[in-house]
Write a protein that binds this ligand. Sequence first.
Ligand code: KIV
Ligand code: ZN
Length: 527
Amino acid sequence: MTSAPTAAPQDRVFIFDTTLRDGEQSPGATMTHDEKLEIASLLDEMGVDIIEAGFPIASEGDFAAVSEIAKRAKNSTICGLARANFKDIDRCWEAVKHARSPRIHTFIGTSPLHRAIPNLDMDQMAERIHDTVTHARNLCDNVQWSPMDATRTEHDYLCRVVEIAIKAGATTINIPDTVGYTAPRESADLIRMLLERVPGADEIIFATHCHNDLGMATANALAAVDAGARQIECTINGLGERAGNTALEEVVMAMKVRNDIMPYRTGIDTTKIMNLSRRVATVSGFQVQFNKAIVGKNAFLHESGIHQDGVLKNVETFEIMRPEDIGLVQKNIAMGKHSGRAALRAKLKELGVELAENQLNDVFVRFKALADRKKEVYDDDLIALVADEQTNDAHEYLQLKKLRVICGTDGPQEADMVLTIDGQDHHIDATGDGPVDAAFNCVKMLFPHKARLEVYQVHAVTEGTDAQATVSVRLQEDGRIVTGASADTDTIVASTRAYINALNKLIVRRQKTAPGNDTKTVSYHSK
Ligand code: KIV
Ligand code: ZN
């Protein structure tokens, strides 16, 4: 077993990624088991110090994902979340114990509002904290403790419970701004106060965990680091409950670009950021807004004449970092229908995508088909194609085998479909109010369900009428929200496959949230 890295140099800031736990808690961001393993392996390769892989007690699926990630991790510490009770902590340990470096993260809400829910007075809660942290520490020598809603907890009580947790053996104390309420100066003052007032505070690592409800998560996290916190909890693309968490790419790049005023180091290989951002966007179904800092499509685009002129003469006029720093490469190899497998592999590598040989073969077949239909295959086309290949798995329960649609000015529009359900082909035709509606009606007739279509979005990947369309679809059934995505030059095919992708995710969610196996609704407060 390894212990917390308290002996690290003073300027080293540990990056704790919670995309797979807090990020996945975002309504609609459910990821499949395989997607979680893939994201964890990319985080591990990128140099994330600690991966919070899930909430093992929440469901069998979460438990299986955390255990498997723990077994596979090569470098990162693997952490699981547990509420303040022995059952949660034991289950968490069962999942993370396989890791080369395991961590148990246990928490309880300490603010007046949160204390009222389990109906514990200050003394009873202090005792619970002592007992649960001691229990966790008896299992694992790397224990993180969080007073949930710390930024709205009375200072004296916060100091008291942090001291108890440290004495009981916590090696990292995380200070969550659970509802995104704090502001930078206050975030810094809180860490400073804890470092000054709590005995033993210099022996452990303080972490900052900020939510973005007021748009200050990045600023709050960096202010906490300035005051002495040495672990930042964050997610890729800022994914997370409500307005999300601190975005990993923002804090890491801020410390890199403004190292003159924030002289801290992380272990992150920043050239892997862009690929991770794209993968998380695809598997979570949460597309990145165009003007998002660092990873938005427009983050390095210069539209106005003055900017373009300036950048051509000297890139530093309007660029404070280089696209290559985050793995956004210049387009060197042009791809077309005569390009071979080696060129495709090289191009994907240039784009930060490395595929296993069998995956590359599948992508190559689809690339050739796309190159036949499209004059030029742009980088964004390839990225969409790879994302689609990875999202729409050939082993899914529902698969689109064939689709023909009749559309035009004279309705009704009609679709003729072969859908494979659990390995069996089923044929049907249906009409609809437009071609997409007709195709969706076919799916509904062959696979009846109650899910409501909440979002249907179509984006052109590149310019031109032969551009691929990426479609995302959000469905809701009995409170379960799932998103599906797909890309194709045929918008109706992309739409139908996105719809089927969402239904496949819904099938997984139904199993996870069957009575007695409730994942996302698991209460944060244990009795
Ligand atoms: O925001 C929060 O308080 C959390 C805790 C579980 C650490 O995510
Ligand atoms: Zn959180």
